[in-house]
Design a protein around this ligand. Sequence first.
Ligand code: MEV
Length: 443
Amino acid sequence: MKEPIKGFSKLSKAAKLEWLTQNNFENPEATLELFQSYWHNDETVQKKHDDFIENTMTNYYMPFGVAPNFQINGKLYTLPMAIEESSVVAAAAKSASYWMARGGFKTEVVSTEKIGHVHFMYEGDASPLFNEFNALEEQLRAATKELTANMEARGGGITAITLVDKTADLDHYYQIEVCFETCDSMGANFINSNLEEMAKSLEAFTAAHQDLNEDKLEVVMRILSNYTPKCIVRASVSCPVSDLASEGTTGEDFARKFKRAIDIANAEPYRATTHNKGIMNGIDALIIATGNDFRAVEAACHTYASKSGQYRSLTHCSIENGTFTYWIEIPLALGVVGGLTKLHPLVVKALEMLGKPNAEELMGIVAVSGLAQNFAALRALVTTGIQKGHMKMHLMNILNQLEATPEEKVIVANYFKDKVPHHREVVNYFCNLRGVPVPKVGG
Ligand code: MEV
């Protein structure tokens, strides 16, 4: 039976690795060697990675690919994408070329405000807080004056403070809801620091007010919301329906089927989940490459997809007067300063590759990446099916596992050009080609 370990985080990296490998692996020496082989050979780079989190043992590699030829608002971009799923970068690059030939992508930042809350309970008559909200607001703003000075100098700060009665949803529950403009930063630390000051100020206001009782007030949480419906970006493409024609399909037929696919994602949450997952393939890859928080973006997008009360498609499409218009509208709270943006050497390069965009420009690029990914998926789904493209990658993965030489890969790929490369059949064909026995199933 395994024993718990006390004070693990205080051990040296070497001692942690010693404990980890000795207690959790069949071959500790080989495991230690493997972990160490993933360390960066420049100690200063490795130290940076070690310091991102607690208890770093090694690095977890993820492919960093690029998708060129994205024409966005008339400007050309090469998108950096950090992702492990084999078909995503290829799909992005295909969509980029497709839409470059049809006028490119357009983006528009609709809004840029982020939201945070002081969540509190008041087990009494809270009406003085509402009646004297102006005085309370003045006090809240005074309490955060020092914290907001720098952000105000950059054109941001607190844009609105509201007192919200939530007692219809939960007994005694109220909020101070605060809107923030955080310019080029994602703003999480800024928002949370302000909210913490505001909570203290609310307590002081309550204690000092003759008609309020501080014992009836309980501040429960002071935290930003990752749901950012006031931080919205739209990306779109548009072309004559006739331009969508391809071998064997008229533009009208393609547009009609494509729209049907979006209608289905709007009507059916099972499909919407997969539809939006495909969109997030494009979004997350760029979010990770640019050092942003993909969990925050995922959470916001999925809540936004449910804003009607049912989980629906994040992309939309119209066919009007012979024009096909297709767009995505999503909440994206991103930063190009702070966080990992200066710390991770590859994030620095990803942002440089994009021409060092500001946060709004990055919002547009990320939305385009999601739209492009969805386009590639739906285009395949309503025409040839998804497996054709996926299978090519799948075949290469099998051949890589089999350690096929480049020459063998060409021969096997040629043989499976017009066949579905089922794993067993690839192994059989490969073994026959090499003249080695076919391994037994499960062996
Ligand atoms: C696979 O990662 C994503 C797709 O399933 C998305 C979709 O079905 O729209 C291809």
